[in-house]
Structures are given as structure tokens and as C-alpha cells.
Ligand binder design. Sequence first.
Ligand code: 1HN
Length: 351
Amino acid sequence: MNAPHPTALSREQLYREMAPHNLTPLWEVLHALVPPQPKTPCVPALWKYDEVRPFLMRAGEAITADEAVRRVLILENPALRGQSAVTQSLYAGLQLILPGEVAPSHRHTQSALRFIVEGSGAYTAVDGERTTMHPGDFIITPSWTWHDHGNEAGGPVVWLDGLDIPMIRFFDAGFAENDTARSQAVTRAEGTSLARYGHNMAPVRHDAPFGATSPIFSYPYERSREALERLERDTPVDAWDGVKLRYLNPLTGGSPMPTMATFMQRLPHGFAGKAWRQTDGAVYSVVEGQGEAVVENGDKTWRFEFGPRDHFVVPSWHTARFASEPGCVLFSFSDRPVHQALGIHHEERLS
Ligand code: 1HN
């Protein structure tokens, strides 16, 4: 065996002696710091609803919504266990609220989205207005708005929560506060926000009530579904996405929330999509139908057979393609608006 090269020895000694001074050499980490292309630690993952639901219902017996504050099972990326993160920037969880329960009012700087997965008739209240939940509805809780949930219906209601928690943690910009009331006072009739902002019209004298966040806080499924069906019937289908629409903030044309973009897409009957990759990792909630997602990274391949209420994550810069024999509807969300604001969003459509 050769003796270590004298320069290697003196480098080791240099590193050792500078370490207590909180100094470290860049040249040892430079390649990892600026990789030639995105190299996320996240991995693709699938949560089958049939497997998740029994744990959710057991959580319903183990703790009340009131005691838990929010009774949620976090969808943790298998490569980020313990970090409450589904990607490096996003949080996802499935929340259960049982008949008669209230999830008490609070507010925080983290923005939240709800996508209703199972059950009808629960409500969420935001800034004095309640909205009733139905499967497939997309509901927003803007940053720093009071919000509480309740279930006055007959059965359990489950929804997907998407929050920008890891992003806000990264910036160390999180504030939170509990309300004095368990359920906030209702000050506006249900449907007021949708009537004001949800018909391609807006009040003549208005300011954006939630700053950069959409003033519509519930986007009903029936409308999104109708648009997708009509487009599938009457227009050419995109070879990568099927028929895909993004939800928008009607006051800006941008994403509904400053940190998260949301989408709904239909893959038509017999769809076999081309592959794509993009820098924004995305979480999917399957609304209707069945399909297959094939995700590739380097020499690894993941194959997810999905059906209604299943959830899966496609991390940054992983190559993905979707197929569906019977046709299906997918909701998804990602951190794309932040990539776009920073000018670093990158997308490739492979042929
Ligand atoms: C939260 O406020 C909700 O309001 C859900 O339903 C999940 C996860 C972390 C922090 C706050 C909700 C949350 C949350």
C-alpha cells in the first residue's frame, strides 16, 4: 500500500484545524452544491386509499378532531421521513372529520388547499364565510386567515390538505395564532365569494381581499369537470397531459395561491401519454377512473396503478408518463408559482 500523498495529508490537517472555526472548503462540495441537473432526495410514492383509509378511521377512534386540532395523517415522502414533507417544499396530508366534530379556528402564515376526497356536507369557514364540501371541490385557506372546519352531515368526510409548510419553514417565516372562538362567526352568506369573483366578473370597486391569494375560496368540482368533458369532446387532446387546466386567481390570472399551483386534468379513454419532466414536484389526487403512472429517474422505474382516492407524488425532474384505459380525472398541486417567480421553472416534453 502506498503512503498517503503529502498534499492530501496537509489538506486533511488544514480541514481539521479550520473546522472548530466553522470553516469548510468549498472545493470538496462544489459539485454537489451546483449539480449539472436537479438531483432531489425525494422519491416517487403511491398511497392506495384502500390501505390508508383503515388507518384514518382508526385515528378517528383514537383521537377527536378537537383534541388533535387537526386530525391528519401526513403523507410523508419515504425519503424524507420525519420531516412532515411530501417534497422538499410541500406538505400533504389526509384529514378526517367525523359527524358532529369541529376543528377549531386558528390562522397561520402557511397557505393551505383542501381537495375533497370522500364524503359530503362538512364545511370549512374562511374569513366569516362557510363553504360546504363535496368530493372533487378545491378549497383555499389563504395565508393568515382564520379558518375552522365542521361536520354537520351524517358520515365521515376526508380531504387532502396541501400546504407550503416546508417552504415557510425554509424561510423561517411562520406565525400562527389560535382564535378565541372555537368556530368563527359567520358574517357572509355561503356562496358570496363565488358570486362576486367566480363568474368572470368582479365587483366594480374591490381590492383583493386576500392579497396575492384568490378571492374565490371554493372551486366546485361540477364546473371543472364540465369544462374538461367539453374540451375532451370538442378539442384536440394534448399528447402529454390529456386535457389539463390550471385553476386561477381571477383577479390576476396567476395561480390561486402565491406558493402553490393547482390543476385538474382528464385522460381520455385509451390514453397513452408521452413522457415529460419538470422542476416542480407535484402531488396527485385521483378523482375518478383508473390509470397508470410510470416514473423514471436514472436507472430506476416506479409503476403506479391508481384508482379513485389514491394519491401519488412525482418529484422534481423525474420523467413521468400517464396512461388510462377507461379514462380518468386527476387533481394535482405543485410549487410551480415559486419556480416561475424565481425564473427557474424548467420543463421538458419528451417525444
Ligand atoms: C392546518 O391548519 C390544517 O387547517 C391542516 O385544516 C393541516 C398542517 C400543519 C399545520 C396546520 C387545517 C395542517 C394545518
